[in-house]
Design a protein around this ligand. Structure first.
Ligand code: FAS
Ligand code: PHB
Length: 398
């Protein structure tokens, strides 16, 4: 005799404990709306997963307003600009002077740690190692999530489900027949390292070099985060540390030879694919997609996490309106609101990627045009203001 399915009930079932799911869960908690977060991995895994590093000013303000920004305020590195480096010369883009806004460097896993701690402190449920999650009856008034935990089958009866389970999750996969999907893949990838080396610059450096793109970022005054463009099918085994450092030195080299890159022990390395992806609409019945479950941007614009945060903010507002007044206007317009921002961010991420990477097979004309575009963006107040507005985060609008 099979064990009986354990049935639970909540207002909002949230699949996925990444930035989208955790921000949504805490915003709902602050509104007094019950939710259950179901995460397939362990707490340790999600709190150690190395991903994004740049928070828009709006995301920093959101996390502070949610009451989860204290450590971010203490440990985050506020940056007022970035450097574009090409033809062996650096060009500072001054966010503060251009748009009066900034970014903060604070690793995604630290955001996740802060949000998980807030979730646990609230006493609201978060289930780690939830296996074989599936979603059902999405067009009914009681959509359901089924999962297994410690060998026990569970069914969670919800009013609404938030699919925050990332690009490879089950939620979007469950409704793909009803979606239009837009995709662009890029003929290159990023090889990223974390190194125990003090950052060689006080701000991020985006370099477009003959050998390819390189990015200098950081995680703390002791930890550097560095990336180089590589072929999309590269095997990380073919990239010993020495080869990575050699490419970084070459790609960041300045014409006067004065700028130096500090090396250190490599503590993590991986290759991340580059793609643009959008699912339209971002909802089906009572299932709402948020974050990477709905869209992917190439990391050049440092937007993935930030877009996830704004989706969660819109969805939380829509659900709060429903529960407080029965008004479904925001819920009905959720996808339209989020996709309007998403497509602007898609354009910006594509623009940064196409401007800064060596495009395989590009013509000599394309290469000169690309360098002229970099020259224009770094010398025109109008063009650099547009870049600064996007990079520090478009205004949040509903
Ligand atoms: P996430 O993928 O973060 O979270 C989804 C969660 O759902 C995960 O915890 C997953 O375990 C869980 N899940 C998946 N399937 C499930 C299931 N069936 N059941 C239950 N749980 C399930 N963005 C930047 O801005 N800058 C970067 O440098 C950058 N680097 C990246 C590198 C990599 C390798 C990847 C994959 C992404 C990177 N991103 C970067 C983008 C990234 O930061 C995302 O935009 C961000 O994590 C989006 O957050 P979520 O939408 O919450 O999705
Ligand atoms: C990072 O610090 O990981 C980072 C910074 C800027 C980007 C992408 C990644 O555009």
């Amino acid at each position: 005799m099979a064990d009986p399915i354990k049935v639970g009930r909540t207002q909002v079932g949230i699949v996925g404990a990444g930035p989208a799911g955790l921000i949504l869960a805490h915003l709902l908690h602050l509104e007094g709306i019950d939710s259950v977060v179901l995460e397939m991995r362990t707490r340790k895994y999600i709190e150690e997963r190395v991903r994004a590093g740049v928070l828009e000013q709006g995301t920093v303000e959101l996390l502070a307003d949610m009451g989860v920004g204290d450590r971010l305020k203490r440990e985050g590195l506020v940056h007022h600009g970035v450097e574009f480096r090409f033809n062996g010369q650096g060009h500072h883009i001054d966010f503060q002077a251009l748009v009066g806004r900034s970014i903060t460097i604070y690793a995604q896993q630290e955001v996740v740690k802060d949000l998980v701690a807030a979730r646990l402190a609230s006493g609201a449920p978060i289930v780690f190692e939830a296996a074989d999650v599936t979603v059902h009856e999405l067009t009914s008034k009681s959509p359901k999530i089924r999962y297994r935990k410690d060998g026990v089958e569970h069914e969670l009866v919800c009013d609404f489900i938030a699919g925050c389970d990332g690009f490879h999750g089950v939620c979007r996969a469950s409704i793909e027949k009803s979606l239009t999907m837009y995709e662009r893949t890029y003929p290159f990838a990023w090889l990223g390292i974390l190194a125990q080396a003090p950052p060689s610059s006080h701000e991020l450096i985006y370099a477009n070099h003959e050998l390819g793109f390189a990015l200098l970022s950081m995680r703390s005054p002791e930890i550097s985060r560095l990336y180089i463009q590589c072929d999309p099918d590269e095997d990380i085994a073919n990239w010993p540390d020495a080869r990575i450092w050699e490419q970084l030195h070459l790609r960041f080299a300045t014409r006067d030879g004065k700028w130096k890159l500090t090396e250190g022990p490599v503590i993590q390395k991986n290759i991340a694919e580059m793609r643009s992806f959008v699912a339209d609409p971002m909802q089906y019945g009572r299932l709402f997609l948020a974050g990477d479950a709905a869209h992917i941007v190439p990391p050049t614009g440092a937007k993935g996490l930030n877009l996830a945060a704004t989706d969660a903010r819109v969805l939380a507002r829509a659900l709060a309106n429903f529960y407080s007044s029965g008004n479904t206007d925001l819920m009905d317009r959720y996808s339209q609101i989020c996709l309007r921002r998403c497509w602007k961010v898609q354009h910006f991420s594509w623009w940064m990627t196409s401007m800064l990477h060596r495009i395989p097979g590009e013509s000599a004309f394309d290469r000169q045009r690309q360098l002229a575009e970099l020259d224009y963006v770094t010398s025109s107040r109008a063009a650099s203001t547009a870049l600064a507005e996007h990079y520090t985060g478009l205004p949040f609008t509903i």
